[in-house]
Design a protein around this ligand. Structure first.
Ligand code: SF4
Ligand code: SF4
Ligand code: SF4
Length: 353
């Protein structure tokens, strides 16, 4: 696909959204030429980007189409791959974090040292566990973003919010591999071609999260947890997937522990074609595979990521040791498995169509 070809939102619907490939990253919404008019938005009930009813796109547009990482993948440049086992040294973060608290600690350091003015993250509503994208600028709000989320949030829309609503010039973006690749695509497409907003000078730090998939909110929360297992979602304080098991907690009490094969049917279609487990397009990638419980696995991928990671280490926000060989092997195994299953699913769909 060449940039010069005329495409529009209708093509995005036909080629990506209706084909079950949409990652729900929010990149198209954030880069819509008519963003200021709320033209394109994310319908979180239907889990798809939608255009304002009765509106027509300008004939020369198509910014959303060219930005989409499911239309064209960004080009991956060779970077670093330094792997560490990390734990926070901050008691306040330790009390709220999942695993080792590496993401929150690195972000706390970046905010304290004015490396960034704000961070884009996701919080879960206490009431119904619906994920909400937030721009956070202080420690108290940052702590609320700690912990894993397994239902989708269109995090890239936060980039637009940070710039247009908060007037921020340096932001940390935390997101899943698809969101990191969507941002990489924005950088590639660049301003004055098919990108209405100059994001490249705003997002300074990209922290990607390991991801094996995201689940349809209605099915996972309402059908599976509430209807099938009788769990009152208001009582849930933590959900965690580790070693292929979903754990649901209310404080210290474990409400449910079940193999993730039980929830496989609820995985979003767009996740089934996804090939990236470890967020290759990040400065720093973080997850819980490859390290013991209570620790974070960190992969430093760029020189800037290394600078920030080492700063957080020197200033005592985190402690780290190089990951052992078995941890590295486990992560490489998961990277390979996800790539292969994404490719296999694409081929399966091609054969079917
Ligand atoms: S970017 Fe352009 S083509 Fe896409 S939804 Fe917005 S106005 Fe329409
Ligand atoms: S993958 Fe992202 S950019 Fe593409 S249609 Fe879905 S939300 Fe929009
Ligand atoms: S599996 Fe892929 S598409 Fe789905 S949330 Fe994770 S990174 Fe995004």
């Amino acid at each position: 696909m060449e940039i010069g070809e005329k495409r529009d939102f209708g093509d995005l619907v036909r080629e990506v959204i209706d084909k079950g490939k949409c990652a729900l990253c929010g990149g198209c919404v954030a880069t819509c030429r008519l963003l200021d008019h709320g033209y394109l938005s994310m319908d979180l009930e239907d889990e798809r980007p939608v255009i304002k009813e009765g509106q027509q796109c300008p004939p020369d547009c198509g910014y959303c189409y060219y930005q989409c990482p499911r239309v064209q993948k960004p080009e991956l440049k060779q970077g670093l791959e330094e792997m560490y086992e990390v734990v926070t040294r901050d008691d306040e973060i330790k009390a709220v974090c999942q695993d080792g608290g590496a993401v929150t600690s690195i972000l706390a350091y970046a905010l304290d040292e004015s490396i960034v003015e704000g961070c884009i993250g996701v919080v879960l509503s206490d009431k119904d566990w619906k994920p909400e994208v937030r721009v956070v600028m202080d420690r108290a709000s940052l702590l609320k973003t700690a912990g894993s989320k397994y239902t989708p949030a269109a995090t890239l829309t936060g980039v637009a919010d940070a710039i247009l609503d908060y007037d921020l010039w340096s932001i940390a973006l935390v997101g899943t591999p698809c969101q990191m690749s969507s941002y990489a695509r924005m950088l590639e497409v660049g301003r004055d071609t098919h990108n209405a907003h100059n994001f490249s000078s705003h997002v300074r730090l990209r922290i990607g999260l390991f991801c094996m998939g995201s689940y349809n909110y209605e099915k996972l929360i309402n059908e599976f947890l509430t209807a099938r297992h009788g769990i009152n979602i208001e009582e849930v304080t933590r959900m965690q997937i580790s070693e292929n098991v979903l754990h649901v907690y209310s404080g210290a009490e474990e409400l449910l522990s079940t193999g993730i094969s039980e929830i496989d049917a609820y995985k979003r279609d767009g996740c089934r074609v996804c090939e990236d487990f470890s967020a290759m397009f990040s400065d720093i990638s973080v997850g819980n595979s490859g390290t013991p419980e209570g620790k974070s696995s960190v992969i430093v991928r760029t020189d800037f990521g290394k600078e920030v990671f080492e700063g957080a280490l020197e200033r005592g926000y985190i402690e780290a040791k190089p990951m052992d060989t078995s941890g590295i092997e486990q992560i490489h195994k998961l990277m390979k498995a996800k790539k292969e299953s994404g490719i296999a699913e694409k081929e399966r769909r091609k054969r079917k169509s």
